[in-house]
Design a protein around this ligand. Structure first.
Ligand code: DGJ
Length: 741
């Protein structure tokens, strides 16, 4: 009888919110346990006996009736590590002897810097919770936001910090979230690089201590990207457990992966605390960025497939034309002349290229740098956003009209946050740049960074972009950003408040992008920062695609694309077919088939001097663009399987894309250089419906003689696809499609 009563009591105490897609958020009042379920993932935390919010579980989805007892702190480790440090808190304040990475560190006006956050209250939200924490004495409140994606099980976490004290306080460190992993041995995966060499997948064992990946540069950066994946034990591309996360912030950021003295592993990420200090006046709030976290039991491949689908369905914006649709529309095939004309753009030159591009089947023609101000090279003109009359005597209209009459839409390059000292804008407003008065102003690429945190600069940027888009029929802007910050002073504000530049700058950029999209609902935007220097889940809420590198050499591009794909969907990955050799540092000669198939793996763009192509080249490009148009949804929205990695100078590479309904697959295969006569490895395909029949056809290249033209998904996955034995040599490429019968 007693047993029956307590079961009923517990059931009554549970608040359950279930969605049609099976995301659940439940709170058990008896045990003070919060549970989130989505996709194949459960995330559980609770209020422990001290009142701290403690993580209890993150991993594969648990049974619906499984329950947890109330959270209990992990005991102290002798007198040196209190339970405050050993207990995995959801969001720990720096205080009471906390030695691991804090989520929040503050200084109060009276000199107190001790902060101990305990559970105060919560609200159940659709697919999640808002949980309020409060300092044990002071009026500082932190609301933790949790939102679980019903389909992927990816959890979006962030925090709002509010000062309800009578005095200001300074936030010195603010994470979006801290993630605790089950005890164990892990390999950390993260992405590192440099200009024209981004997206290197770096893999290393997690050792005791803290590993920091970060940007102190004011923007996301080429050098590291705010994404991580932790593989447990013997995980590989397809098998084993992976916990992964990505931070949605395009300013200075930091992710700390920490293995403590008891081998517990935690990941804490948010604003970079370096040179950070945000003054919260009474009643003010600070929002952190969102830190997205996910779990897969299907290796790194499973993790990236979840992330890709989440980005497509939950992060990327829609235009007016695609509002309400499940996915944003696939990207138009682009032409951009930067690699050919550089700064020497002119109406006649661009029209000649546009005519040729339209004949190839290109959908969008983009004029890159050089069209404005006194922009002859990178020494002058940034900031002066009027059309250069020497290059375009009648403005942009004749070119835009011509591009439209050829059946393409029109895109234009801008670099709104920058200024050349040699510009009218700088001569009028030398105070508008980031600087410390009286100190030198360091130039990079002969430019300075406008202080977009200032309201007057924000208004200038917003209004020149709006004017440009209102006065010209422009469908697309490529927003570039060609240097990082130096001397980040903001002398309009009192000294103690100047560091808010790190936040206000980025928030203003986001607000401008959101406003432009609202006012020009068909506008599409590319994020570029000297290639792949500003790609993250923050900016991706406002843009449709991303430059990944200034290195367009196709062999290099394959490794760049492979690295990019761990964190980001191929839908947004601009990929260029350029001249060979490429005019950059690489000087490699490759065939057009190799270059085209490489560029067809993402959002295809042509950047070569197409006016010099012969008939054969033109016909090949035209045919492949038509094939790309047909297969693009599968290529960029399908599930990506990395079959053979191009990384580390691999002699072969291959990948496969499978449409979500498994009705179509596309396979790409590349040879860097055949060595010692070894043929191309057997490709065991993945992700097909084993019982369905699939017809194989070639896009480029041949399968081995005797390969069936139709076979089951089971055949292609178990027996595999063999390449023709003459598929050998240097820089060879092949591609196939499989269509369900
Ligand atoms: C850097 C970009 O990555 C290039 O694609 C090009 O737009 C140049 N800037 C123009 O200055």
């Amino acid at each position: 009888m007693l047993k029956a009563f307590s079961t009923v009591a517990v059931l009554l105490a549970v608040t359950l919110v279930a969605s049609a897609q099976s995301a659940q958020a439940s709170f058990d009042a008896a045990t003070k346990v919060f549970r989130l379920d989505g996709g194949r993932v459960s995330y559980v935390f609770g209020v422990n006996e001290k009142g701290e919010l403690q993580q209890l579980y993150w991993g594969g989805r648990l049974g619906a009736t499984d329950s947890f007892p109330q959270a209990q702190t992990i005991p102290e480790w002798a007198s040196f590590d209190s339970s405050n440090t050993t207990t995995p808190q959801e969001y720990a304040g720096w205080g009471a002897g906390l030695f691991v990475e804090p989520a929040l560190k503050v200084s109060f006006a009276d000199g107190n810097r001790d902060l101990v956050l305990h559970y105060e209250s919560h609200t159940v939200m659709p697919h999640g919770f808002d949980v309020v924490l409060k300092d044990i004495q002071r009026g500082i409140y932190v609301t933790l936001h949790y939102e679980m994606d019903p389909e992927s099980g990816i959890l979006a976490r962030s925090a709002t910090i509010e000062n309800r004290e009578a005095q200001p306080l300074t936030v010195e460190q603010a994470a979006a979230a801290a993630w605790a992993l089950p005890a164990g041995a892990y390999t950390l995966n993260y992405l590192t690089g440099r200009w024209a060499g981004e997206w290197n997948l770096t893999q290393e064992e997690v050792h005791p201590g803290a590993k920091v990946i970060e940007s102190r540069r004011g923007s996301t950066g080429h050098q590291a990207n705010p994404w991580f994946a932790l593989q447990a034990g013997k995980t590989d591309e397809d098998h084993g457990e992976v916990w992964f996360g990505a931070l949605g912030w395009s300013g200075s950021w930091r992710i700390t992966v920490e293995k403590d003295q008891l081998n517990a592993v935690r990941v804490t990420g948010g604003y970079n605390p370096f040179d950070f200090g945000y003054v919260l006046h009474p009643g003010e709030r600070l929002e952190t960025p969102i830190f997205y976290g996910g779990y897969s039991s299907n290796g790194l491949g499973g993790a990236s497939r979840l992330l890709h689908r989440y980005e497509l369905k939950r992060i990327l914006p829609r235009t007016a034309a695609t509002a309400g649709q499940a996915l944003p529309k696939v990207r138009p095939v682009m032409y951009n002349s930067w690699g050919v004309t550089n700064f020497n753009v002119s109406e006649a030159g661009q029209i000649a290229l546009a005519e040729k591009a339209a004949a190839l089947g290109v959908d969008r023609f983009i004029v890159d740098d050089g069209w404005f101000g006194q922009r002859k090279n990178d020494h002058a003109g940034l900031g002066d956003w009027y059309v250069n009359k020497e290059k375009f005597p009648h403005g942009l209209k004749p070119l835009i009209d011509k591009v439209h009459s050829l059946g393409m839409d029109f895109g234009l390059w801008v670099e709104p946050e920058m200024v050349n000292p040699d510009s009218d804008l700088y001569r009028q407003h030398p105070d508008w740049v980031l600087n410390f008065p009286g100190r030198p102003r360091s130039e990079q690429r002969n430019q300075l960074v406008l202080n977009l945190a200032r309201p007057d600069v924000r208004d200038f940027v917003r209004s020149f972009l709006d004017k440009l888009l209102t006065e010209n029929d422009i469908n697309y802007i490529k927003i570039d950003y060609n240097r990082n910050w130096s001397e980040p002073g903001w002398d309009q504000l009192p000294a103690a408040e100047q560091k808010r530049v790190y936040i206000d700058f980025v928030q203003n950029m986001y607000a401008i992008l959101a406003e432009l999209r609202k006012k020009h609902p068909n506008l599409e935007i590319e994020t570029c920062s000297g290639g792949g220097g500003r790609v993250d889940l923050g900016i991706l809420r406002y843009v449709d695609e991303a430059a990944i590198s200034d290195d367009d050499d196709p062999f290099d591009a394959q490794a760049l694309q492979d690295g990019f794909s761990y964190a980001y969907t191929p839908q947004i990955m601009t990929a260029w077919e350029g001249d060979s050799p490429d005019g950059m540092n690489v000087n490699r000669t490759t065939s057009m088939t190799y270059r085209m198939l490489t560029a067809m793996q993402g959002s295809l763009g042509i950047g070569a001097n197409i006016t010099k192509w012969n008939d054969e080249q033109t016909a090949l490009a035209k045919r492949l663009i038509a094939v790309y148009h047909q297969l693009q949804p599968t290529i960029v929205e399908g599930d990506l399987y990395r079959l053979i990695s191009p990384r580390n100078g691999s002699e072969f590479s291959a990948n496969e894309r499978v449409s979500e309904d498994k009705s179509q697959a596309v396979v790409f295969a590349f040879i860097h250089s055949t060595q010692n006569g070894w043929g191309f490895p057997l490709l065991k395909l993945k992700g097909l419906d084993p019982a369905a029949e699939y017809a194989l056809s070639s896009i480029e290249g041949k399968a081995r003689e005797g390969t069936p033209s139709v076979a089951s998904g089971a055949w292609w996955m178990n027996h595999g696809l063999e390449m023709d034995e003459n598929f050998r040599g240097d820089f060879q490429a092949a591609a196939f499609r499989l269509d369900k019968k």
